[in-house]
Design a binder for this molecule. Structure first.
Ligand SMILES: [Zn+2]
Length: 383
């Protein structure tokens, strides 16, 4: 095979070749995928609520001998099991995880009963990680990272079914983390006026502020894998280029120098706020709660664990990655997701901070400073 990966969200054509050591009758070959003939792999039929549509595995180039050799070549197209790249319908969300796995592609010569086989992996998309694959991937990234940046893993608690909430800290160095937690944040909380003064007159010196990445809805699967990909880039590369728009909505590429980024921020990853939901591909946790509605009351173990860690960091920005919506929403631009938001206390600083974030062109110290000032002002307003 020319490559071993298949995708539920992308059509792929795999080139295969097989050599039985002699010329066999091509009409007497039996091709199977996962033990079933290609024609039995049928697309999901929404109306019938079953896999009874057209077959999505077929030859685009029928098996044929290559020149005078005994090598048989063919090309097999693996189409979309759901007939779409959009996996957002909830009926599909609970189905497609069952398709993920390794499958044997086999061709058998019915006359000699000899067979050749290879293994293909079918995934949602190549970067998709099952819950139990997340930790080994994080470990692998940390082991490959150079010593020019600080990376630390910890679990911040366990889910209701006992799965770890994986958490990674990425910073310039350990001193940056210590300074924020031991000096900058305590001053912001206890004496915001002093910190504002230091910011204004430039005597604060070298400081970094945390940005927290999160995913609370694990069935919006990209929110987790995007963080792992982000960790890989920020941990292993010197520069990262991404597509964005300028303030007039013109498309542009922006290149971040990671060293410069880490001179300004500490990046925190809470890959999955809801590990049991990742394992079951559900929005709710194992107790049936949508955790995004539990932040105020904190009735669930996952909510308590995340809020305890969150209170420790008080991050400058909390970036919650969801799936299946294109919009980028900055609080307080939507109605509150939880009760008891004290809008009269937050509105002033939050609006200004939202504007700063919306117009943000990374990584500028100036905007960072505006955001930080907003946060401190917000904290000061709450005391
Ligand atoms: Zn969501």
């Amino acid at each position: 095979m020319d490559q071993p990966l298949l995708s539920i969200t992308e059509e792929r054509t795999i080139k295969v070749q097989v050599d039985f050591g002699r010329r066999v009758n091509l009409n007497k070959l039996e091709w199977t995928f996962g033990g079933k003939s290609f024609s039995k792999w049928k697309q999901w039929n929404v109306k019938a609520n079953e896999y009874s549509g057209d077959s999505y595995i077929s030859f685009v180039k029928e098996p044929a001998y290559s020149g005078n050799s005994t090598i048989i070549k063919a090309e097999i197209k693996f189409g979309l099991p759901y007939g779409t790249t959009d996996l957002s319908p909830r009926t599909i969300r609970v189905l497609y995880p069952k398709l993920i796995g390794k499958y044997k592609l086999e061709v058998k010569d019915l006359q000699s009963q000899k067979a050749a086989a290879a293994t293909l992996k079918l995934n949602v998309y190549d970067e998709f990680l099952k819950y139990e694959e997340i930790k080994p991937t994080i470990d692998d990234v940390i082991s490959k990272a150079g010593d020019d940046r600080y990376l630390a893993y910890k679990t911040i608690g366990k889910s209701s079914e006992g799965r770890d909430l994986h958490f990674v800290i990425l910073a310039k160095d350990e001193t940056a983390v210590d300074k924020y937690l031991d000096e900058t944040l305590p001053t912001a909380l206890e004496n915001p006026a002093e910190l504002l003064k230091k910011l204004e007159n430039g005597t604060i010196g070298d400081y970094q502020v945390p940005i927290w990445f999160n995913n609370i809805h694990p069935d919006e699967v990209e929110g987790i894998d995007a963080q792992v990909e982000l960790l890989k880039k920020f941990a292993l590369e010197d520069e990262v280029t991404f597509k964005t728009t300028d303030e007039y909505n013109n498309k542009q590429n922006v290149t971040l120098n990671i060293k410069e980024v880490l001179n300004n921020v500490i990046i925190l990853f809470n890959f999955t706020h809801n590990p049991d939901g990742r394992a079951a591909n559900t929005r709710a946790n194992a107790e049936g709660f949508d955790l995004i509605r539990d932040n105020a009351y904190q009735t669930q173990v996952e909510t308590v664990a995340v809020n305890q860690e969150f209170a420790k960091w008080t991050p400058l920005s909390f970036i919650e990655l969801h799936g299946y919506i294109e919009d980028f929403i900055i609080e307080p631009s939507t109605p509150p997701h939880n009760p008891n938001f004290e809008y009269d206390l937050l509105i002033e600083s939050m609006i200004e901070q939202a504007h700063a974030m919306g117009r943000l062109v990374w990584p500028t110290q100036r905007l960072n400073l505006i955001q930080f000032r907003c946060l401190i002002t917000g904290l000061a307003g709450m005391t």
